[in-house]
Write a protein that binds this ligand. Structure first.
Ligand code: FAD
Length: 305
């Protein structure tokens, strides 16, 4: 992944996209249409999430494997520790290797009912993500990324603690991090400064900002609650006004604000020298493609091979 985080000949910053394992056959068909749309735009990599509580492990492995075998894309498989013994985690990593996947985003995962649910370690599992980074690195030639949190992880008592344990994951062998979504660029810039001040060597590793073009007020409110990120008051007010008072929110008006916000954030982040932009797509291509077009990113010619 790190090797792919280079601007192209025209100085354009790379981008990447996140998919989630579909729930049913219709969802899978839609995912594949979305995958083919993005394939034409040539992302640096694509990532596939791992359902909360390890709930989608089989689908994550199967579809990420299919992405590796049936597309020109470079997939990154998410792997979470929650609910798994070390033996199961080893076996999952083995399944990824069998499907030709060597890039893994290592996460602790959330317990059911997060963010409120208590974290309980599997009796034969790992407690924190840095242990899983070491485990995966010891299993073979894997390239590992981890999560970072511009506003601090919701279980971190303060940002100093948060930075210390992010750096622990990087020291354990992670080569880069991808951030939680955020809606104020300042949070990202402060995270970058904190890591660089704490440990300049680890601070040199790429911190890839994650953007989510908002297309629904209801869904961003739910996601923000689960992620521990904040929706800035001015943005929430603008979205609520656009959504209107009716029983069904005005999705077109909300979407317009969401696309504009993601575009402005992307412009500022690029100006600040980010290594790439990573987009949460929810398995839809349109919103992210619009932001990419606004930013002048992504190949414009179809890929023929
Ligand atoms: P950790 O790094 O282990 O940190 C968890 C908390 O413990 C933090 O507060 C940290 O500061 C603290 N901590 C860490 N080590 C120590 C230590 N040694 N001593 C004391 N405290 C410590 N979840 C999913 O279920 N599936 C996914 O696919 C998924 N993808 C994600 C992708 C990205 C880019 C991000 C940002 C998050 C993703 N998540 C996913 C959510 C993630 O699993 C949760 O946020 C989880 O609560 C934290 O995971 P972590 O790997 O950061 O945990």
């Amino acid at each position: 992944i790190v090797d792919r985080l280079r601007c192209d000949d025209t100085g354009r910053v790379p981008f990447s996209v996140e998919f989630t394992p579909p729930r049913d056959a219709d969802g899978e068909a839609r995912l594949w249409r979305t995958v083919r749309e993005f394939e034409r735009l040539r992302p640096a990599f694509v990532s596939m999430t791992y359902g909360a509580g390890g709930s989608t492990s089989d689908r994550t492995v199967r579809i990420t494997g299919d992405l590796a075998e049936a597309t020109t894309l470079l997939p990154v498989a998410h792997l979470t520790a929650v609910g798994h013994s070390i033996a199961e985690l080893r076996s999952m990593v083995g399944s990824y290797a069998d499907r030709g996947i060597s890039n893994i985003l290592v996460l602790r995962g959330d317990p059911p009912g997060a963010p409120l649910g208590e974290w309980t370690m599997h009796p034969e599992g790992v407690r924190y993500a840095d242990e899983l980074v070491r485990l995966v690195r010891d299993l073979g030639d894997f390239h590992v990324g981890v999560a970072s949190f511009p506003e601090g992880h919701y279980r971190s008592p303060d940002l100093q603690h948060d930075t210390k344990y992010l750096v622990a994951k990087l020291r354990a062998g992670a080569e880069y991090s991808i951030t939680q979504m955020f809606f104020d660029v300042e949070h990202y810039l402060r995270l970058r400064d904190r890591v660089a001040a704490f440990d300049p060597e680890q601070g040199a590793k790429p911190i890839i900002p994650e953007l989510m073009p908002i297309t629904s007020l209801g869904s961003v409110r739910r996601m923000v609650e689960l992620s521990g990120s904040a929706l800035p008051a001015e943005l929430e007010t603008a979205l609520a006004l656009a959504a209107g008072d009716g029983p069904v929110e005005d999705r077109a008006a909300v979407r317009e604000i969401g696309i504009e916000r993601a575009t402005l954030m992307g412009e500022r982040l690029i100006a600040e020298g980010v290594p790439a932009l990573h987009f949460i797509t929810l398995n839809f291509a349109r919103a992210t493609s619009e932001v990419l077009a606004n930013l002048g990113l992504g190949a414009t010619q179809p890929v023929r091979n």
